[in-house]
Ligand binder design. Structure first.
Ligand code: HEC
Length: 200
């Protein structure tokens, strides 16, 4: 054997031995550090503070009105107006991450419960037993919010308007499962459209 060949073989052998030693001495994986997040608000409060206002801004940005005087189109005009609606789309997209964070509760315990609605504790149990489904709804909201952002970046009011309808459907789909009274599944879809007539 050549000197250099011997050296190669030796190095390889030592290397292999080293690997085996490493594998044997590999320390057990360190326990995951706690996530550095602080979860303050409930899902209900996030809806009120971020999801609802930003969705409203997207819905209000474009309107097609037909009156006796003819058709009018309302849409963002200036770069600043497009920028404002873009901020709302970004907020909506990011809110979908916040919604699915570990440890976030569904609603404050003192949330008023409308007739027929489930109380916060029952809704919480529902959420805890079906996290994956809830996450799926949040991801659906993310997907349509990303479409809204695309439409905004393309300065396409018609597309933004159409996506607005899709956003509404995603909101309602999640509410039907995690918020509205069980019998609502076949009933009215808006939280404000209470089927019960108001009694004085
Ligand atoms: C992933 C599920 C989910 C999605 C998607 C979702 N919501 Fe909600 N939302 C909830 C839950 C759960 C509650 C009720 C929590 C409770 O009161 O127990 C709620 C409550 C609300 C409330 C009541 C807040 C209050 O303080 O009265 C509003 C308004 C609302 N959502 C708007 C929206 C809008 C608008 C969208 C779509 C842009 C949307 N939500 C999408 C789960 C969702």
């Amino acid at each position: 054997m050549h000197r250099s060949q011997i050296r190669t073989v030796l190095t390889a052998a030592l290397g292999a031995a080293g690997l085996i030693a490493c594998a044997q001495q590999a320390p057990p994986p360190a326990p995951a550090a706690p996530a550095p997040f602080y979860v303050k608000t409930t899902i209900r409060e996030l809806m009120d503070a971020e999801v609802d206002p930003s969705a409203d801004a997207l819905w209000d940005a474009v309107a097609f009105n037909v009156t006796m005087k003819g058709a009018t189109e309302q849409k963002p005009q200036t770069p600043e107006q497009w920028q404002a609606v873009r901020r709302s789309a970004l907020t909506l997209i990011e809110s979908t991450n916040l919604l699915i964070m570990d440890g976030r509760q569904i609603a404050p315990p003192d949330t008023p419960v409308a007739p027929g609605e489930l109380d916060p504790a029952s809704l919480q149990r529902k959420l805890d037993s079906s996290r994956a489904r809830f996450t799926g709804f949040a991801q659906a909201l993310r997907a349509v919010s990303l479409k809204a952002l695309d439409a905004i970046d393309a300065r396409d009011p018609q597309r933004l308007f159409d996506v607005g309808g899709e956003i509404d459907q995603v909101c309602e789909a999640c509410h039907l499962v995690y918020w509205y009274p069980p019998e609502a599944s076949g009933g009215p879809s808006k939280p404000t459209d209470s089927a019960a007539p108001k009694t004085p």
